[in-house]
Design a protein around this ligand. Sequence first.
Ligand code: F0G
Length: 353
Amino acid sequence: MRTGILEKYASFLPVSEQTPKLTLYEGETPLIFAEQLSDELGVELYLKWEGANPTGSFKDRGMVVAVAKAVEEGSRAIMCASTGNTSASAAAYAARLGLRCLVVIPHNYVAMGKLSQAIMYGAEILALEGNFDQALAMVRQVAAEQPITLVNSVNPYRIEGQKTAAFEVSDQLGQVPDILALPVGNAGNITAYWKGFVEYHEHGYTSTLPKMWGFEAEGAAAIVQGKPIEKPETVATAIRIGNPASWETAVQARDQSNGLIDSVTDQEILAAYQKLAKSEGVFAEPGSCASIAGVIKKKAQGELVAGQKVVCVLTGNGLKDPQTAIQHTNFQPKVVPFDYQALVSAMLPEKDA
Ligand code: F0G
């Protein structure tokens, strides 16, 4: 039976009898074997489908812990800066417990699905004329002065909840993968996965550790370039971040795991985005597909060993960003008159000739 993160992984989390029993049944997301991609890349490739979480992204794992702890500690209001998914998740869990939820988003750079979620869950939305990094700097300042709990991944409870995905991957695969690939934005998730793998290993549940492969968008690749990017740009708005808050712990995850952090272009991201949907039947948002794009890039560079077990984390659901799907494919509907023959001819044009 599903229980949600707080109950299922209580012994790994900073929770007690006093912690509210909050859940939207986050976690326990599928690990899907990717047949076509495995064939093409000569590895065993699996997709950790985090788009199956209650608000459609991995953020729910950490948010349930952060919001429950905020209430336990007496808070009545939460706040975040967000490229969209964090705000959707925060707004949902705040709604569940009747908390005020303030979200600060970069004006014009949040995908429609994510924005509509925050609206529907009743968040107070402030569209800042600035980017995510600027928004995060500001909400950190507000949180230092006001009795409002910050639920960005600089809140350690977020990382605690998100690390549970590493436990699930290990259990679902029956072992640790050789490589765990994921997109890197603010770098909280790579930090969380590594913490999870290390803890599971220390508790004796696994015998090895994976290599962590993180991928930034080329126009926002601060860690790759070794310096903050003042004006990050990428089609993958989820990871349009130029100064990751968890930079140091991401570098630790990379180095301790003998892994890598590299970048992928928008073109590579969009190609992976479409390929994933068409060949595996999994529609993940563009930012998520940095993991797939990265593994494809590494294959071309000869850095994948045949037969390796690779898990790509798909962090968010493609439905969150319908605009990119439609614009990128240049989709134009084939309009058909209300006439049976016309419909059949449109379906089978060759018969017409
Ligand atoms: N993938 C998706 C779909 C995301 O929404 C994010 C981050 C990431 C990857 C990167 O994860 O920041 O832990 O390295 N989204 C944040 C937000 C910034 O506000 O929703 P990270």
